[in-house]
Design a protein around this ligand. Structure first.
Ligand SMILES: Nc1ncnc2c1ncn2[C@@H]1O[C@H](COP(=O)(O)OP(=O)(O)OP(=O)(O)O)[C@@H](O)[C@H]1O
Length: 698
C-alpha cells in the first residue's frame, strides 16, 4: 500500500483536497480531471438519449409507446447522482486484458464505477464494476496480481474526489496491507437506509457475488458479515451478466418483514437495478386473508415437510377409479369406453407425475381418443375436430367430474383442519394422533372466507395450490434470514425458483422460530436445491470487537459448533453495562448517545416497548419505528426485539436482556433473540438493566 513515504507524490487518503502542484503533474488533479470529463461524457450520453427521435423508426403506435418507455428508463438510468461518485477505483493492467500477451503488448487503464460511461468515440471512460475487466479490483492480491500493475482506490468527501490510495500489486518490495479507505468506509456512521458496498466488496464476498446463475449458493455468516449486502450485489451482478434472460424470468428478494425490506430497498436502485421485486414469504403465499395465529406446537406441525405428503394424499383421494363405462352417442352410433380402459387411462395420468389440474384437463381428450380408436377400427376416418367434439360431450364431461373433480386448494386445507376423520384418513402413518390434534381447529370453520387462517395455513394452501397447478418459477431468488423458515416455507420459496437458482443467506445462531433451521443441507433439500454450494463468511463489518466477544458468549448455548465472528473494525467502539433504575435511565442513555454522530437504536423486549415509548415522549425525544428512514433530526429508533433482525444502528441501547430472553417461548430461542439484539451496533452498545443479566452472558 503506497500511502507510505515511499510514494512521496501521493497524498494520504484522508488528506485535505487542495492540491498544490499544477494539474499536469499532480495525480489528484489528473484524477479529478478524469472525473469531470466522465461526468461530461455521461451528460452527453443522457442528452443523446433524450434527443432520440423515434418518429421515423416506429411504424405503429404500440411500438412507439414501448420504445418511448425504454428511452425514458435509459434517461433515468443515466442520471448523474451528485452524492454517488461516478467511479471509485482504477486498475492499470500491465498488458491489455485479452490482448496478445506478447512482449511489449500495451497496458491499459480502467476506471471502475457503478455504471458504464463512454466518450463521444465510444471509448470507455468508466467501466461497470460487474464487467469482467473490473474483477481484479476485488480479487487481485500480491499473491495473484491478475496482471494488475496498479490498483487505486478513491476517497470522496461529499461528491468531491479528495484522496486516493495505491497498491502496486506486482511490486514484490511493497508489503500487502488493509487500506485506510476501506477502513474508513467500514467505520462510517450509519444514517439512512442500507447502502451499497460496491467500492469495497471483499475477495471472499466477491466470489459469492460473481458465482454463476445456474448454481444455488447458501451463505452461512454471523451477524454483520455482509450476507444481505452480498445477496443484493449478487442479484445486481446476475442482472448484468444475464440481463435478457432474467428480464424474461424475473428476480425476487425475500426478506423477513416489511421494515427490513424497507431498510434494504434502496441498495439495488442505487446500483441501477430498478426491476427487482421484494417480498416477505407471507406475501408470496397470500391466497387467503390471514387473521388467525397458531400456538408454537401447531405451527411446528403445520410447517413440517410431512404436511406436503398429507396434502398430496388428501388431494389425490379425490380421484375416483371409474367403475362405469362412458357411453358417447354420435349420430346413430354409440361408442362405449369400458371401465377397465378408463382405469388404465387414469393410472397412466397418475403415473406421469403432472399437476392435478393438468391431468384433469388431459382426461377428456384421453377418453375421446379411446373413442376415436374405436371409430377407426370400425372403418371411420375421424380427425382431431371429432376428438375435440367427443371430449366436449356431456357424457365425457360428467365422467371427468366423477373421476377427477376440480378441487379448491383453500377448501382442501379447510377440510383437513376442520374434519378430524378426513385428517385422520390422510395423515395416517404420517402424523401422530397428538400431532393431528395439535393442528385441528378447536371450533371448525365453515367457509374459506370466515376461517381463522394463520400464516402457516397460508403456506399449506400454497402447497395445495402448487399440487393442483404448477407455480411460476423465477430466474433467481435471494432468500435472506433464511434460518427462520419452516420446511414448508422453504418448499414455497423453492417452487418460485424451481427452474432458476437461489442465493440463500442466513445464520443458524440467529434462528428464532421454533422450527428454525438446524442444518443447511436439510434446508436446501426442502428448497429443492440439494446440490447448492455452502459458503461461510466470518469477517464482521458491523459489530466492534468487544461487543461481538460479549455476544459470542451465547454461542455455545444457541449454536454450538459455530465459530465467533472476527470483527475487522479497527475502531474499538465502546461497550458498557449499566444498572438502570427505570425507564428514565434508559431514556438518559439514549439522550447521551444522541449527542454523538449517527443513528441510535433502542432495542427492547416487545412487551416493554409501550412503556419506553411513553418515557421517550415524556422526555420530548422523537423516535421512529424500525425500517423508517432516519434523518438528521430524528435519529432514534425504538425497536421491538422481534423486529431487530437484519437492522443496524451506530449506537444501540439494549434494554433488559433478561426480558428479551423471557419474551420467547423457550430459553434457547430467547437467547438467540438476545444474540440478535446484541449484534446490531456499529460503534457502541450500552446495555441497561434492573433485573439480573442472563447467566449465559457471565
Ligand atoms: N465489504 C464491505 N465493505 C464495507 N461494508 C461492508 C462490507 N460488507 C458488509 N459491510 C457492511 O456491514 C454491515 C453489515 O452487513 P449486512 O447487513 O449485509 O450483514 P449480515 O451478515 O446480513 O448481518 P445480519 O446477520 O445481522 O443480518 C452493513 O452496514 C454493510 O454495508
Amino acid at each position: 500500500m503506497s500511502t507510505q513515504p515511499t510514494q512521496p507524490t501521493q497524498p494520504a487518503p484522508s488528506a485535505p483536497s487542495a492540491p498544490s502542484a499544477s494539474p499536469d503533474d499532480d495525480p489528484l488533479s489528473r484524477e479529478r480531471a478524469h472525473l469531470a470529463a466522465s461526468r461530461a461524457a455521461l451528460r452527453a450520453m443522457r442528452a443523446d438519449a433524450e434527443s432520440l427521435d423515434i418518429r421515423d423508426v416506429t411504424a405503429n403506435w404500440v411500438n412507439a409507446q414501448v420504445l418511448e418507455r425504454q428511452i425514458e428508463e435509459r434517461v433515468k438510468a443515466l442520471a448523474d447522482l451528485g452524492d454517488t461518485p461516478l467511479f471509485f477505483g482504477r486498475l492499470d493492467y500491465q498488458r491489455a486484458p485479452g490482448a496478445d500477451r506478447a512482449e511489449g503488448a500495451e497496458g491499459e487503464r480502467f476506471y471502475i464505477g457503478r455504471r458504464h460511461v463512454h466518450d463521444a468515440d465510444g471509448d470507455p471512460m468508466v467501466i461497470d464494476w460487474r464487467a469482467p475487466v473490473s474483477q481484479p479490483f476485488y480479487r487481485a492480491s500480491k499473491k495473484d496480481p491478475m496482471d494488475i500493475g496498479l490498483r487505486r482506490r478513491f476517497g470522496y468527501t461529499g461528491g468531491d474526489l479528495t484522496a486516493y490510495e495505491d497498491e502496486h500489486l506486482s511490486d514484490p518490495a511493497e508489503a500487502a496491507s488493509a487500506g485506510r479507505l476501506l477502513q474508513q468506509e467500514i467505520e462510517r456512521p450509519r444514517v439512512g437506509p442500507m447502502r451499497d458496498i460496491v467500492a469495497t466488496i471483499q475477495p471472499e464476498q466477491d466470489e459469492i457475488v460473481r458465482s454463476g446463475l445456474s448454481g444455488t449458493v447458501c451463505v452461512q455468516g454471523g451477524p454483520g458479515t455482509g450476507k444481505t449486502a452480498v445477496g443484493l450485489h449478487r442479484v445486481a451482478y446476475l442482472l448484468y451478466a444475464h440481463r435478457e434472460r432474467l428480464a424474461r424470468t424475473g428476480t425476487l428478494v425475500i426478506g423477513p418483514n416489511r421494515s427490513f425490506l424497507h431498510y434494504i430497498e434502496q441498495v439495488l436502485p442505487a446500483l441501477g437495478e430498478l426491476a427487482v421485486a421484494q417480498a416477505t414469504v407471507d406475501d408470496l403465499v397470500a391466497h387467503v386473508e390471514v387473521r388467525g395465529s397458531d400456538d408454537a406446537r401447531a405451527a411446528a406441525v403445520k410447517g413440517d415437510a410431512r404436511m406436503a405428503e398429507v396434502l398430496r394424499r388428501a388431494l389425490y383421494a379425490h380421484v375416483t377409479p371409474p367403475t362405469e363405462p362412458v357411453v358417447v352417442v354420435r349420430g346413430s352410433r354409440r361408442w362405449r369406453v369400458p371401465a377397465y380402459e378408463l382405469q388404465e387411462i387414469v393410472r397412466e395420468l397418475l403415473e406421469r407425475g403432472i399437476r392435478y389440474d393438468a391431468a384433469r384437463e388431459a382426461l377428456p381428450q384421453r377418453i375421446a381418443h379411446a373413442v376415436l380408436v374405436q371409430m377407426e377400427r370400425a372403418g371411420e376416418a375421424p380427425d382431431d375436430r371429432v376428438q375435440n367434439a367427443v371430449a366436449r360431450t356431456g357424457a365425457v364431461k360428467a365422467a371427468v367430474k366423477e373421476i377427477w373433480p376440480a378441487v379448491d386448494p383453500a377448501r382442501l386445507v379447510l377440510r383437513l383442519l376442520a374434519d378430524p376423520d378426513f385428517l385422520a384418513t390422510h395423515a395416517e402413518g404420517v402424523l401422530t394422533d397428538e400431532e393431528q390434534k395439535a393442528i385441528l381447529w378447536a371450533r371448525p370453520a365453515r367457509s374459506v372466507k370466515s376461517a381463522p387462517w394463520s400464516p402457516a395455513d397460508a403456506v399449506l394452501i400454497d402447497e395445495a395450490t402448487d399440487l393442483i397447478e404448477r407455480t411460476h418459477s423465477l430466474g433467481h431468488v435471494v432468500l435472506d434470514e433464511a434460518q427462520d423458515l419452516s420446511p414448508m416455507q422453504y418448499r414455497a420459496v423453492g417452487r418460485r425458483c424451481s427452474t432458476g437458482s437461489a442465493t440463500v443467506l442466513g445464520d443458524l445462531a440467529q434462528g428464532t422460530t421454533p422450527w428454525a433451521t438446524r442444518d443447511w443441507r436439510e434446508a436446501l433439500a426442502h428448497l429443492g436445491k440439494g446440490d447448492a454450494v455452502i459458503e461461510e463468511l466470518t469477517a464482521g463489518f458491523r459489530v466492534p470487537t468487544d461487543v461481538i466477544a460479549y455476544a459470542s458468549r451465547l454461542l455455545p448455548h444457541i449454536a454450538p459448533g459455530l465459530a465467533p465472528v472476527r470483527s475487522i473494525r479497527e475502531n474499538p467502539g465502546f461497550f458498557e453495562i449499566r444498572d438502570a433504575a427505570g425507564a428514565a435511565d434508559v431514556v438518559g442513555a439514549c439522550r447521551e448517545l444522541l449527542g454523538r454522530e449517527g443513528s441510535v437504536g433502542l432495542i427492547a423486549a416487545d412487551a416493554r416497548v409501550p412503556e419506553l415509548a411513553r418515557a421517550l415522549a415524556e422526555a420530548g425525544i422523537a423516535h421512529l419505528g424500525p425500517g423508517e428512514e432516519t434523518s438528521r433530526d430524528t435519529r432514534l429508533t425504538l425497536v421491538p426485539a422481534s423486529l431487530a433482525k437484519g437492522l443496524e444502528y451506530d449506537y444501540v441501547v439494549l434494554d433488559e436482556p433478561q426480558a428479551v430472553v423471557d419474551g420467547e417461548p423457550d430459553e434457547r430461542t430467547g437467547l438467540r433473540r438476545l444474540y440478535v439484539a446484541l449484534t446490531r451496533a456499529v460503534s457502541g452498545l450500552v446495555v441497561t438493566h434492573a433485573a439480573p443479566l442472563p447467566p449465559q452472558l457471565a
